[in-house]
Design a binder for this molecule. Structure first.
Ligand code: FAD
Length: 139
C-alpha cells in the first residue's frame, strides 16, 4: 500500500527572488509535480520559502532531496513530516503566495511582525499555507 505523507520545510533564498524567478520555479514544479502526483503550496516572503509537499512517501522524499540541492536556496529545515489520510492541497500542483496584506494579517495572528519560519510551529505553518492557498497569486 502506498503511504501518503505531507512534508513541510522552510529555507532561505540565496538571493532576492523576482517574479520571473518565482515563475521559473513554479513552472518546473507544476510540470514535474503533476507527473509525480504531488500537490502542495509554496510561499515566499522576507527571503524565506515555506513549502508543503503532499503525495506518496517515496515520490515526496525523492523530490525533497532534489529540491534541497537547488542553489537558489539553502539552510533548509524540515518543519514537519506526517502520514496523512488525504491531501489538503489537492487543487494545487503547486500553489503560490507571497507578501500581501493577508499574509501580514496571518503573521500578526501568530504575534510575528515579519515572516520568520523558524518561529512558527508546524501547526501554524500548515494553517498559514492553507489560508494563503485560497488567496493565491496568478504566477
Ligand atoms: P534543470 O532545470 O535542468 O535544473 C538542473 C539543476 O539546476 C537543478 O538541480 C536546479 O537545482 C538548478 N537550477 C535550475 N534552474 C536554476 C536557476 N534559475 N538558478 C539556479 N539554479 C537552477 N521543482 C519541482 O519539481 N517541484 C517542486 O515542488 C519544486 N519546488 C521548489 C521550491 C523551491 C523553494 C525551489 C528553490 C525550487 C523548487 N523546485 C521544484 C525546482 C527544483 O529545485 C528544480 O529546479 C526543478 O525540479 C528542475 O530540476 P531539473 O533537474 O529537472 O532541471
Amino acid at each position: 500500500m502506498t503511504q501518503k505523507i505531507r512534508l513541510l520545510y522552510f529555507s532561505r533564498a540565496t538571493r532576492d527572488m523576482s517574479l520571473a524567478d518565482m515563475k521559473d520555479i513554479l513552472t518546473a514544479a507544476r510540470n514535474n509535480n503533476s507527473d509525480l502526483g504531488i500537490c502542495g503550496m509554496l510561499c515566499y516572503n522576507n527571503r524565506y520559502f515555506l513549502q508543503a509537499l503532499e503525495g506518496d512517501r517515496k515520490e515526496v522524499c525523492e523530490l525533497f532531496i532534489h529540491i534541497a540541492d537547488d542553489p537558489r536556496h539553502d539552510d533548509l529545515e524540515i518543519l514537519s513530516f506526517e502520514y496523512i489520510e488525504k491531501p489538503l492541497f489537492t487543487d494545487w500542483k503547486m500553489g503560490y503566495a507571497s507578501s500581501s496584506p493577508l499574509f501580514d494579517k496571518l503573521l500578526a495572528h501568530m504575534d510575528l511582525k515579519e515572516f520568520l519560519p523558524e518561529k512558527i510551529s508546524p501547526r501554524h505553518g500548515l494553517a498559514l499555507l492553507h489560508n494563503l492557498s485560497s488567496h493565491q497569486e496568478e504566477v
